[in-house]
Design a protein around this ligand. Structure first.
Ligand SMILES: NC(=O)c1ccc[n+]([C@@H]2O[C@H](COP(=O)([O-])OP(=O)(O)OC[C@H]3O[C@@H](n4cnc5c(N)ncnc54)[C@H](O)[C@@H]3O)[C@@H](O)[C@H]2O)c1
Length: 347
């Protein structure tokens, strides 16, 4: 098995918590070097995972000939300059979501990679969750009928922290909706195979007073007319949120609790209605009852790394394309505009 040689840029946050552990499990990956603006973090991560080198600047990491591909998991405002440097060094790039601060930035990022002839994939890793894959199969084979309504929720508790990049929209591109709602926006389109067409939204900061939304709600109308609600908050305690993901069709539903997460878990019920039944005036809701979804759960980050590796090697693989990530960003950027104007907007 060919092993791709990885470098990590921005090694101290999600990279350390989830993605490098996933890389360690991946069949086709080998960690060579890590870089973090915080030299101590870089050294700590190097020791923890047995990398060959730790750096506090990307130029030194990118100068290594023994790196084929970089995973960039730095704060969002660093994405564009670091992609530019990595593309110039002819490294393939797995870039964390959201791609850039704006749609324009994300388009530039994509262009730079195309010009340099390097491959680019984006880190919407929740697509690899085994339950999400199964939901896609069920929905796209028509088992719950025409999709008419969906809901996605992702929240956490994120109180004000001095100097935090995510709480400053000039450094993050946005708050709860850009950081977390965007996962739901991506997943719902991926699972249903439907693209959003119109957007309405609210987003503001009512609890913590920092310069990025701590509370957001987006309503989308999809290309088939289905209505989608996504709520993302930084001001709901972790324990109080269920991170619901729900799909309703003309023949049934799929109701998930806790699958939108960094860990492949949660519970899912599938309800297929008996379509021999007519309208039930008494609303007794006779149906076949919920069936618990079963699937072999794994590690989404491992699958993300393995799939991006296969894509680089020209093998059959599923990656998150820059086109999809740019469209997600367009939805969020449009939603922030709508939250200001109050005008429902066509994408
Ligand atoms: N897919 C996921 O599961 C997931 C989860 C969390 C975050 N993310 C994304 O990953 C990225 C990083 O988020 P995070 O939560 O790890 O942030 P974080 O603040 O926890 O960690 C970021 C790391 O980058 C380092 N850093 C700061 N400036 C840097 C620079 N110029 N170059 C290199 N490193 C630098 C910091 O020292 C820190 O170690 C963001 O794009 C975020 O949206 C993805």
């Amino acid at each position: 098995m060919t092993k791709l040689r990885w470098g990590v840029i921005g090694a101290g946050g999600i990279a350390d918590r989830r993605t490098i552990p996933g890389m360690m499990l991946a069949d086709n990956a080998e960690l060579i070097a890590v870089m973090d603006a915080n030299k101590e973090a870089a050294e700590r991560v190097k020791e923890k995972y047995g990398a060959l080198a730790a750096y506090d600047n990307e130029a030194d990491l990118l100068a290594r000939d023994d790196i084929d591909v970089v995973y960039i998991a730095s704060p969002v405002f660093c994405h564009k300059p670091q992609v530019a440097a990595a593309a110039a060094a002819k490294k393939h790039i797995l870039l964390e979501k959201p791609m850039g601060l704006t749609v324009a930035d994300s388009e530039e990022i994509y262009e730079m990679c195309k010009k340099a002839g390097v491959k680019l994939g984006i880190g919407f890793m929740m697509r690899y969750h085994a339950y999400h894959q199964k939901m896609k199969e069920i929905i796209q084979s028509g088992q719950i009928g025409e999709i008419v309504s969906c809901r996605g929720q992702l929240t956490c508790w994120y109180p004000k922290m001095e100097g935090n990049w995510r709480q400053d929209k000039t450094k993050s591109g946005g708050g709860a909706m850009m950081d977390m709602g965007i996962h739901c926006i991506d997943l719902i389109q991926y699972i249903t195979g439907l693209k959003a067409e119109k957007v309405f939204a609210f987003a503001d900061n009512g609890t913590f007073g920092y310069n990025a939304d701590d509370s957001s709600a987006v309503l989308m109308q999809m290309e088939n007319g289905a209505k989608v609600f996504v709520d993302a908050n930084f001001n709901i305690p972790d324990i109080a949120a269920k991170c619901f993901l729900e799909f309703y069709g003309t023949k049934g539903s799929i109701l998930a609790n806790g699958t939108i997460s960094q860990v492949e878990g949660g519970t899912v019920e599938v309800i297929i209605a008996d379509d021999s039944l007519g309208y039930d005036a008494a609303q007794n809701r006779v149906d076949n009852g919920p069936v618990k979804m079963e699937a072999e759960l794994g590690n989404m980050y491992q699958k993300e790394i393995e799939n991006f590796g296969k894509y680089i090697l020209g093998e059959e693989a599923e990656i998150v394309s820059p086109e999809d990530a740019i469209f997600n960003q367009k939805i969020v950027e449009t939603a922030y505009g709508v939250a200001e104007t109050g005008v429902c907007t066509k994408l």
